[in-house]
Design a protein around this ligand. Structure first.
Ligand code: AHR
Length: 493
C-alpha cells in the first residue's frame, strides 16, 4: 500500500495541452496508406484523408501535429508538394526505404488534415539540404496575406486565405541525419535561418531550434549559450530501445519479464534527461522563457518480421501503454519547461496510436492511454507527495508507481496512475488535502497478459474498462491498480 497526499487547492502551473501532441513523417506507411489514401481510393476518405483514421484521431483532440519529418524534413523541398498533383515531382524517399514519394501529400493536404483534426500544425523546415530562401518562402507561402510571389502562388493553388502557422522547427537532428553538424556550426546556421522565418500578417511563429539527442548535454549547452535569444523552444529526442543496441533493439511482442523491466527502467531515464537539460537551460534562461519540445519520443523495436526495415512498422502492447503513461506523467511533472511533446509516430510507424492494413484499422493500447490522459490538457497541475514502493527485478529496483494529478477549469480533479510491476497489484490511498470531494469514477487499462496487443482479427483485445471498486470516504480516495496497468480517476467536488 502507498499513501499519497494530494493538495487539491495547489497550483503547480498549467499543463500545456501540446504535451499530448503527435508526429507524422513521410516514412513507411504513416502518411501514405495511414493518413492519406487519395481522393480516388475505395477506402472512404475526406479529400484524400482516410475517414476511419481521421475519426479515431478526432476523438483524441490532438493539440498539435508535427510534419513532414524527422530525417525526411531535411531532404524535403516543399515546392515539390504544391500545385496540381499530376505535375508534382516524383522522387525517391532515400532516407526511408528507397520508395517512391509522389508528393501528393504536401502543404495544402497537411494543413487540411490539421484543420480536420482541430490540431495546430508544427512544420519542420529543411536546414540540412535546403536554402534560407526556401525556408523563408515556405513561411511566406503559408502565412502572408497580401500581394507577393509566394502568396499569389498559394492563391493560384486554390487557397485564398493564408493559414495560421505557429510552430516551426528550424531543422531536425542536425547533429545526425540533418547534416552531421557540430553544435557551434548548427548554432550559427540556426541563427541565420531563423532570422528569415518571418512573422507575416499578424502570424507569430514560435521558433524551435534543433536540440540534443538524449544525453548530449554539450549540444544543449552550446545552443543555449549561442542562440537562446533567437529561439522560443528547443527540441529533445529520446527513444526507448529495450536492449540499447541499435542492431538488435528487441521485439515489440513476445518479450519476457526481463525485457518488460528493462524497457520501463530505460524509459524512466526521460526524467533524468529533463532534470539535467533544464539545469543547463536555467543558466542561460532563468525565467524559463524557452520551452523544451520533446518532439520525438516513444519505443523503437525491431521491425515486424517480413516488413520493410526502412518502414519502422512495429506492434504495440500493454508495455507500450504503461510506458506512454509513465512518460506523460513525467512530462506533466516538468510542465514548467516542457511545452510540447510529440509521440513518434501517429500511424503505422514506431509507437503508433493507430495501425492500418488495407481498409482495416485498429487502435493500439497507446491510443487508449492518450484517450484516458486527455483530461490533463490545459489543466492546473496539482502537488502530490508520496514515496513509491520499489519494483525489483533481479538486483535492480525502480519505482512501482507513477502518478500525476491536475484540476481542470470546471474544478474536476484527475489522477492518472500506472503500476509498473508486472506481478504485484498496488493499493493507493490518496488523501485529498483541502477541497471537498463528492464522487469518483474512472477507467482502467489492464490485461492479464502484459504482452497483450490488438490485431486486425481481435482489435479489442486491449481496451479500457470502467474502474470498479474506487472508494471515496472522508476525502480519501482508495484504489487498487492491477499489475502492469494504467488508470485514470475523476474526482468531482
Ligand atoms: O522517427 C523516426 C526518426 O527518428 C526520425 O526521422 C528522426 O528524426 C529520428 O532519428
Amino acid at each position: 500500500m502507498v499513501k499519497v497526499i494530494l493538495k487539491a487547492n495547489s497550483d503547480k502551473g498549467l499543463i500545456n495541452r501540446n504535451i499530448y501532441g503527435h508526429f507524422s513523417e513521410h516514412l513507411g506507411r504513416c502518411i501514405y496508406e495511414g493518413l492519406w489514401v487519395g481522393e480516388e481510393s475505395p477506402i472512404p476518405n475526406t479529400e484524400g484523408i482516410r475517414n476511419d483514421v481521421l475519426g479515431a484521431l478526432q476523438k483524441l483532440n490532438i493539440p498539435v501535429l508535427r510534419w513532414p519529418g524527422g530525417c525526411f524534413a531535411d531532404e524535403y523541398h516543399w515546392k515539390d508538394g504544391v500545385g496540381p498533383k499530376s505535375q508534382r515531382a516524383r522522387m525517391i524517399n532515400t532516407h526511408w526505404g528507397g520508395v517512391e514519394e509522389n508528393n501528393h501529400f504536401g502543404t495544402h493536404e497537411f494543413m487540411r488534415l490539421c484543420e480536420l483534426l482541430g490540431a495546430e500544425p508544427y512544420i519542420s523546415g529543411n536546414l540540412g539540404s535546403g536554402t534560407v530562401q526556401e525556408m523563408q518562402e515556405w513561411v511566406e507561402y503559408i502565412t502572408f496575406d497580401g500581394e507577393s510571389p509566394m502568396a499569389n502562388w498559394r492563391k493560384q493553388n486554390g487557397r485564398e486565405e493564408p493559414w495560421k502557422l505557429k510552430y516551426f522547427g528550424v531543422g531536425n537532428e542536425n547533429w545526425g541525419c540533418g547534416g552531421n553538424m557540430r553544435p557551434e556550426y548548427y548554432a550559427d546556421e540556426y541563427r541565420r535561418y531563423a532570422t528569415y522565418v518571418r512573422n507575416y500578417s499578424g502570424n507569430q511563429v514560435y521558433k524551435i531550434a534543433c536540440g540534443p539527442n538524449d544525453s548530449n548535454y554539450e549540444w544543449m549547452e552550446v545552443l543555449m549559450r549561442e542562440a537562446a535569444r533567437f529561439m522560443d523552444g528547443i527540441s529533445l529526442h529520446y527513444y526507448t530501445i529495450p536492449t540499447g543496441v541499435w542492431e538488435d533493439k528487441g521485439n515489440a511482442t513476445g518479450f519476457g519479464e526481463a525485457e518488460w523491466f528493462t524497457t520501463l527502467k530505460k524509459t524512466l531515464f526521460m526524467d533524468e534527461l529533463l532534470v539535467k537539460h533544464s539545469e543547463i537551460m536555467d543558466k542561460y534562461d532563468p525565467e524559463g522563457r524557452v520551452g523544451i519540445i520533446v518532439d520525438e519520443w516513444g519505443t523503437w523495436y525491431n521491425v515486424e518480421p517480413g516488413t520493410n526495415p526502412g518502414f519502422l512498422y512495429q506492434q504495440n502492447t500493454m508495455r507500450d501503454a504503461v510506458l506512454a503513461a509513465v512518460n506523460l506523467n513525467i512530462f506533466n511533472q516538468h510542465n514548467k519547461r516542457v511545452q510540447m511533446a510529440n509521440l513518434a509516430q501517429i500511424v503505422n510507424v514506431l509507437q503508433s496510436l493507430v495501425l492500418t492494413e488495407g481498409d482495416k484499422m485498429l487502435l493500439t493500447p497507446t491510443y487508449h492511454v492518450f484517450d484516458m490522459y486527455q483530461v490533463h490538457m490545459d489543466a492546473q497541475r496539482l502537488d502530490l507527495s508520496y514515496e513509491s514502493p520499489g519494483y525489483t527485478f533481479g538486483d535492480e529496483t525502480i519505482p512501482q508507481l507513477s502518478l500525476s494529478a491536475s484540476r481542470n477549469k470546471d474544478g474536476v480533479i484527475h489522477v492518472t496512475a500506472c503500476n509498473l510491476s508486472h506481478t504485484d497489484e498496488l493499493e493507493v490511498v490518496c488523501q485529498l488535502e483541502a477541497g471537498q470531494a463528492a464522487s469518483v469514477s474512472g477507467q482502467v487499462l489492464h490485461h492479464t497478459d502484459f504482452g497483450a496487443f490488438n490485431t486486425f482479427e481481435q482489435p479489442e483485445e486491449v481496451k479500457p474498462a470502467a474502474w470498479e471498486g474506487l472508494v471515496l470516504e472522508n476525502n480519501t480516495l482508495r484504489f487498487v491498480l492491477p499489475p502492469a496497468s494504467v488508470g485514470v480517476v475523476a474526482v468531482n467536488g
